[in-house]
Design a protein around this ligand. Structure first.
Ligand SMILES: C[S@@+](CC[C@H](N)C(=O)[O-])C[C@H]1O[C@@H](n2cnc3c(N)ncnc32)[C@H](O)[C@@H]1O
Length: 339
């Protein structure tokens, strides 16, 4: 079955610029500690560069997570059952998705991503391998509750959130996101939400704390692919928001922040610079940075605590052979006030 007409939930101005992108960039550059939300790294070029990152030798998360998805299919089938609607948050190229779809034989697939063209091309590719599966791509921001297209709405749902994308968020935002996923996945139609079989589930990839040298290398590969991915954000700002940021004055930096258990990516200036974006002027001193991404790393306990805070109860957990990465299955918690 070809993919259904996609939905677009993006608010654009008359020149096609995403208003939220402009708002976030201008607000982020105006702060004393400059920071721009990581989701804006993913335009078409950024999404392609992320795919290239997944192939570099130092970037272990994709290989480790794929190993888990490849080897645990029968356990997934037993735990999740057939006939669910799989809703993938931040689906990107959907390369890992076939491993899950083959294991659990779902009744519909809804890939959801902010990078619209990339999303639709990936959904078309996936449809070739699953001719009988209804596929409904949705372009939008997964931090907001999404109203799912029919028939996904009425089926029991499985959220799929691989790639440790949850680690891009600080805990407060991650908890908000997990709660909003719970709302998106909760039955709002005819099905009996009270039965265990209909209760929403979430299969989520969460990268693990490990040796700092392994972590820093994964985000600063020798071939410079992650550097190109990071710098692409400044290139995108120049192109879409009429900016003139001097790219040659920015260098990629990835460093471990032990207090927050996360890798931080920055664009650090190599000299004093002044530039404009959407008609507003900004200055940065040599050595100042724009913080562009966080990748939080988890332990078993910290991942469970985050899921619980977001309204999900972990039921199964798998790691790869080298214990670098975890995939956790959780069920929407039954809300109660007892401790
Ligand atoms: C780390 S990549 C993971 C891609 C893929 N799921 C994987 O596991 O390889 C993050 C993906 O989430 C998407 N994304 C990031 N922030 C988003 C947001 N707020 N709403 C929707 N998609 C988002 C990006 O476009 C990108 O495709």
């Amino acid at each position: 079955m070809a993919t259904k007409q996609g939905m677009e939930l993006v608010d654009r101005d008359e020149r096609g610029v995403d208003r939220a992108f402009r708002r976030d960039v201008l607000a982020g550059l105006a702060q004393p500690d400059k920071a721009i939300p990581a989701r804006w790294l993913y335009d078409d070029a950024g999404s392609q560069l992320f795919e290239d990152i997944t192939q570099v030798a130092e970037y272990y998360p994709t290989r480790a997570e794929t190993e888990i998805l490849n080897t645990r299919g029968p356990e997934f089938a037993a735990a999740m059952g057939k006939g669910r609607a799989v809703v993938e948050f931040g689906s990107g190229s959907s390369v890992k998705t076939p491993l899950l779809l083959r294991a659990i034989d779902p009744a519909a697939y809804v890939p959801l991503d902010i990078a619209g063209d990339f999303l639709r091309a990936a959904a078309e590719d996936l449809a070739q391998g699953f001719p009988d599966l209804p596929i409904f791509p949705v372009e939008g921001d997964f931090t907001r509750t999404v109203h799912l297209p029919q028939p996904a709405k009425t089926l029991p749902k499985l959220g799929f959130f691989p790639g440790s994308t949850i680690g891009n968020m600080v805990p407060r935002t991650a908890v908000d996101l997990l709660r909003s996923m719970r709302d998106t996945l909760s039955a709002d139609d005819a099905q009996d939400a009270a039965t265990a079989a209909a209760r929403p589930m979430l299969l989520i990839g969460m990268d693990l704390v490990k040796d700092v040298s392994v972590l820093e290398a994964a985000y600063d590969d020798a071939a410079g692919v992650t550097g190109a991915f990071n710098l692409n954000l400044a290139r995108r700002i120049n192109r879409e928001l009429g900016g003139d940021i001097p790219l040659d004055a920015l260098r990629h930096e990835a460093r471990w922040n032990d207090d927050f258990a996360r890798i931080e990516m920055h664009l650090r200036t190599t000299r004093d610079i002044t530039f404009t974006v959407s008609g507003e002027t900004f200055s940065m001193r040599e050595g100042e940075s724009i913080h562009t991404e966080n990748s939080h790393k988890f332990t078993r306990r910290s991942s469970y605590a985050l899921l619980q805070a977001g309204g999900w109860t972990p039921t199964c957990r798998w790691t790869d052979g080298e214990k670098r990465f975890s995939v956790i299955l959780a069920e929407a918690s039954v809300l109660r006030s007892a401790p």
